[in-house]
Design a protein around this ligand. Sequence first.
Ligand code: DHB
Ligand code: FE
Length: 287
Amino acid sequence: MARMTASVYTSHVPLIGVAIDNDLTQDEYFKPLFDGYQIGRQWATANTPDVVILVFNDHANAFALDIVPTFALGMSETFAPADEGWGARPVPSVEGHPALAAHIAHSVIRDDFDLTLVNNIPVDHGCTVPLSIMYDRPSSWPCKVIPLFVNVVQYPIASAKRCLDLGKAIRRAVESFDEDLNVQIWGTGGMSHQLQGQRAGLINQPWDQAFLERLVHDPEDLATMEHVEFVREGGSEGIELVMWLVARGAMSDLVGGKAPVEVHRHYHVPASNTAAGQLILEEANPH
Ligand code: DHB
Ligand code: FE
């Protein structure tokens, strides 16, 4: 059977992708950020899964505002990097896993989550920057990726609790897939940031640090957080952090298993106008 072995949480700031694509990671500005990614990169190389379920939001690149699905699963064989206005990033296309995606769709929809299914859709920095953070610049990505799009751009947005529960449903789906696959789930976005309006540039380090701590040790309690707190404390785009709850929901301690092992935690300010965070949690017993 397929196994959920680890969860990864990371910001997906476009500027981080620009730094990687243009060999700027050792520049004075970027070096402290990338120094903090080294352990994660080593871990990612030593623990490359067969499939990553990559939870992110489209930033009005693929969906614009014509269609706004709350949750959408990528079913295709491949997903091209999106042109976000200045040409597509020079990164490989993402290869999907249609059979596992179809199984997840069946299982999760029968678990009462009304997923939208998408084919032939480009993936923006929300998906490609986390892959670059973990795998640098390979000629092809080292694993299959099933993109899971979460709307955090146009209200109404799913609650943190709904996101955590979706993660639990995804775990059930993966663990009932009849093929021996090593699967990770990654939640991306955040941390605190606001890109617009009077509070543009907002970063709230104590709140981010507390978020990381609660995400590791008390995710059920963290999932009671209301949107108004995400936005008040974490900025208008800090709401992206709800996607970290999807990944956290897929860990076995939420269904009676052992607490996951914290492999790495990294927090750096600033990356662009954003607080960048990263967390890696491994299952204690990935059987
Ligand atoms: C920026 C954009 C993002 O989508 C994000 O998550 C963080 C930062 C930016 O434009 O700087
Ligand atoms: Fe974003």
